[in-house]
Design a protein around this ligand. Structure first.
Ligand SMILES: *Cc1c(COP(=O)(O)O)cnc(C)c1O
Length: 454
């Protein structure tokens, strides 16, 4: 089996991974059942981050496995260019039913980043098609993350990931986003209103040239699980409407029950003009993503071919049958197993259970919306001064958790906890206990080295 480890070190280049880290801490997963995965040496781990924010019903869920096998007996893939297929059509109907009412059209792709690229291109071309070609620019949010293709990076703003590609990006105006814990007043209302006011100032100056605004829904994920204060997202919606700017809502991380609602924008009754979703759509099985649009946007592209209003965009595997079939079954399970309601209920329990972290000396803030949780570690709780970047405290905690039987990936000094939506109370409790132990062991070690002046 070690042969496989050698091969992985020799041939692979992993995403978002410093390969030098991988060489020291290799891991190869071989199987999984329920909310646990197993490596090639037989060690089991809780999937504490839902295999990077995807998994819903656990691994090897019978109904999902069967849905793929049934589809495989018919056909694996045919194109969506100029024609459609059975599961892509049925899934589109279902998606229109479960998403906010204004969204009536489904455009398929293979990843969240693509779903965002598509939303950006649709917004851009929409204004051209309706005769307002001056509206070409975008507003995006500070600390935003929408995926890793160049368009998605252009509306993203996470310096660590994005800075190096600066010269490749198109410009977008960055609007401030409330980060209450690190704001001066720490008052959510004041923080929210200041940001909304600044956004309005941008819109007053630039709305005639702005095509759309892009924003994650309720929680900025990659920025460190930063939950927006109540009224912010709906405030942004109101401003977009007032200044005639399309609102692109990114539900890739938050969609499909993750926050205790089917879509996070439902927390504030927000109706986007364009919405991107992915991750949980197939229950974490296959790479399908979607961009949903309003009928108004769709109609701006519907014309005689010679008018050149077609949306010239597509991918080889757009609308893949296996992926759509499993997504459809996933959505049936959401209904038959009452997933969203149960996440909402279990979240309250989870919130109480996370309280046990608060007393740890280096836990600065615990943030949570549904099953999306982040624990920000700080060097000094009183001043909130962060651990130095080079200390890699988040990374060390994640390695310690791995040792103790749970996988997750940190975001800097924020420990991410995003368990599969079917996790039971007992499982949640066990996972939180692993988190608590890992944080306290690593932070003690850090204190020892800090104390000795290393
Ligand atoms: C993960 C993520 C994306 C990108 O999705 P991929 O499938 O990884 O391309 C986009 N937006 C948000 C909010 C995400 O969390």
């Amino acid at each position: 089996m070690n042969n496989l480890i050698e091969k992985s070190k020799k041939y692979l280049w992993l995403p978002f991974t410093q390969m030098k880290d991988y060489d020291y801490n290799p891991l190869i997963i071989e199987s999984g059942t329920g909310i646990k995965v197993k490596d090639i040496d037989g060690n089991e781990y809780y999937d504490g981050f839902s295999s990077v924010w995807l998994n819903v019903h656990g691994h090897r869920k019978t109904e999902l496995d069967e849905a793929i096998k049934r589809q495989l007996d018919k056909i694996a893939h045919s194109t969506l260019l100029g024609m459609t297929n059975v599961p892509a059509t049925e899934l589109a109907e279902k998606l229109v039913q479960v998403t906010p009412e204004r969204l009536t059209r489904v455009f398929y792709s293979d990843s969240g980043a693509e779903a965002m690229e598509i939303a950006l291109k649709m917004a851009f071309q929409y204004w051209k098609n309706i005769g307002k070609p001056k509206k070409q620019k975008f507003i995006s949010m500070q600390n935003g993350y929408h995926g890793d293709t160049i368009g998605a990076v252009s509306v993203g703003a996470i310096d660590l990931f994005h800075h190096v590609y600066g010269p490749l990006m198109f410009n977008s105006i960055k609007a401030s986003i409330p980060y209450v814990y690190r704001s001066e007043s720490e008052d959510p209302i004041q923080c929210r209103d200041q940001c909304l006011q600044k956004l309005e100032e941008i819109l007053i100056c630039h709305h005639e040239e702005i095509a759309a605004l892009s924003i994650e829904s309720m929680v900025q994920g990659a920025a460190g699980i930063i939950v927006m204060p109540e009224g912010f997202l709906s405030g942004v919606r109101a401003l977009c409407t007032k200044y005639d700017v399309l609102m692109i809502v990114d539900e890739v991380a938050t969609g499909f029950g993750r926050t205790g609602r089917m879509f996070a924008c439902e927390h504030e009754n927000v109706q986007p003009d364009l919405m991107a979703a992915g991750k949980g759509l197939t229950g974490g099985y296959l790479p399908i993503a979607v961009t949903l649009a309003t009928e108004e946007i769709y109609e701006a592209f519907y014309e005689d071919y010679e008018q050149l209003k077609t949306f010239f965009h597509g991918h080889s595997y757009t609308g893949n049958q296996l992926g759509c079939a499993v997504a459809l079954e996933n959505l049936h399970l959401f209904e038959s197993e009452n997933i969203v309601k149960r996440v909402a209920e279990k979240s309250e329990y989870l919130q109480k259970s996370l309280e046990c972290l608060r007393e740890l000396p280096h836990v600065g803030e615990i943030r949570q919306l549904g099953f999306m949780c982040g624990v920000e570690l700080v060097q000094d709780k009183r001043t909130k001064s962060p651990f130095a970047f080079e200390r890699r405290v988040g990374y060390k905690v994640s390695l310690k958790m791995r040792e103790l039987g749970m996988l997750t990936r940190p975001l800097g000094n924020v420990i991410v906890f995003m368990p599969p939506l079917v996790s039971t109370q007992t499982e949640l409790e066990e996972m939180v206990a692993i988190m608590r132990d890992a944080i306290s062991i690593v932070c003690q070690e850090e204190e020892a080295t800090l104390g000795s002046g290393v």
